[in-house]
Design a protein around this ligand. Structure first.
Ligand code: MN
Length: 331
């Protein structure tokens, strides 16, 4: 069974000592194994206090980050790239000192709506900066995750294939794709072919509803997603993420266009999410284990509910046919 996590901003708005203690305590009380800590301002974190609280509660940390327009490593302004480099370096140091084995998120561009497509120079700056980060991370045995986000939150990496191509261009073994059901719902097709293409490069998963509220009350087909994860033997951490107006970081909420209060009780939401994910994991396991001759025969006899073949063929075009490329290479 995959380890389950919860995003800290479900419980708190920042990372003061009080908030750190509360988020860690709540994650443990709700039965989670991991807590994702956003490193929005890594230097403001009391690393020693957080580390002690994590150890005391038996909670393992995941760490994540999104860049801003002022420290965007995909910019062609080298001063911004340099600030992004410094922030990523600081975040990596905190991730290491907290005992996290992964730093993930929108590490490749600003988190926000861009007015234009990325420039070639900006793409290349991003490749080089993430190459440096991955190399530094390797020394501490930390994996760098690339989370594709929807078109309104980045112009650079919107799909799993975009992330895979970026990782292949950089050529670092300690980089993985981090999928998020909320963004997949906007940018991807059926999950099965994508998850198969990603293979071992899929290293982290966020579970979010289509409106970022209670799981099961939006429009995402979680059954198909969990089935694909089980069928392709994804064994990594699965973390619940949700946002609601009035809860969490106000600046991040604005960047993510979180304007509505979709939920008000963090603990009720988090407990429900854990039960929901456990249920989906159990069902997907039963489904993938039940591929017996009898089950196969029943499958043959059952008429398909909807013919998804044309859609699947379209979705599974290899990236090279999508006219998206990292044309410049390290020389
Ligand atoms: Mn996410």
């Amino acid at each position: 069974m995959n380890p389950l996590g919860v995003h800290a901003l479900v419980f708190v708005s920042g990372w003061s000592q009080d908030e750190a203690a509360r988020a860690i305590d709540r994650a443990a009380a709700c039965g989670f194994e991991y807590l994702e800590i956003p490193l929005i301002d890594p230097k403001a974190i009391d690393v020693e206090q957080t580390r002690r609280a994590l150890v005391g509660a038996g909670i393992k940390p995941m760490t994540s980050l999104g860049l801003g327009f002022d420290n965007d490593i995909s910019s062609d302004d080298l001063a911004k790239v340099k600030r992004g480099d410094a922030l990523l370096h600081d975040a990596l140091a905190v991730a290491r000192d907290l005992g996290s084995t992964m730093l993930s998120g929108v590490l490749y561009s600003a988190l926000g709506k861009y007015p234009e497509a990325p420039s070639e120079a900006g793409r290349w700056n991003c490749v080089q900066a993430l190459g440096r980060l991955a190399e530094e991370a390797l020394a501490s045995d930390i994996t760098i995750g690339i989370e594709p986000v929807n078109r309104y939150e980045s112009n650079l990496i919107n799909t799993g294939d975009d992330a895979l191509k970026l990782i292949q261009t950089i050529g670092a073994d300690n980089m993985v794709v981090h999928l998020d059901s909320y963004h997949m719902n906007i940018e991807e097709g059926a999950p099965d072919a994508l998850i198969q293409r990603l293979g071992d490069r899929l290293g982290y998963v966020h579970i979010n509803e289509s409106h970022r509220g209670y799981l099961g009350t939006g429009s995402i087909d979680f059954c198909a997603l969990f089935r694909a994860l089980a069928q392709h033997d994804y064994r990594g951490v699965i973390t619940f993420e949700a946002f609601s107006a009035g809860i969490g970081d106000p600046k991040l909420n604005a960047d993510l266009a979180v304007w509505r209060p979709l939920w008000r009780d963090p603990e009720s939401l988090a407990r429900h999410a854990r039960d929901f994910m456990l249920n989906e994991l159990q069902r997907s396991r039963v489904r993938s284990e039940s591929v017996s001759p009898v089950a196969e025969k029943q499958k043959e006899e059952a008429p398909p509910a909807v013919d998804l073949k044309p859609e699947l063929e379209m979705r599974s075009q290899p990236p090279s046919q999508r006219n998206f490329g990292w044309s410049r290479r390290r020389s």
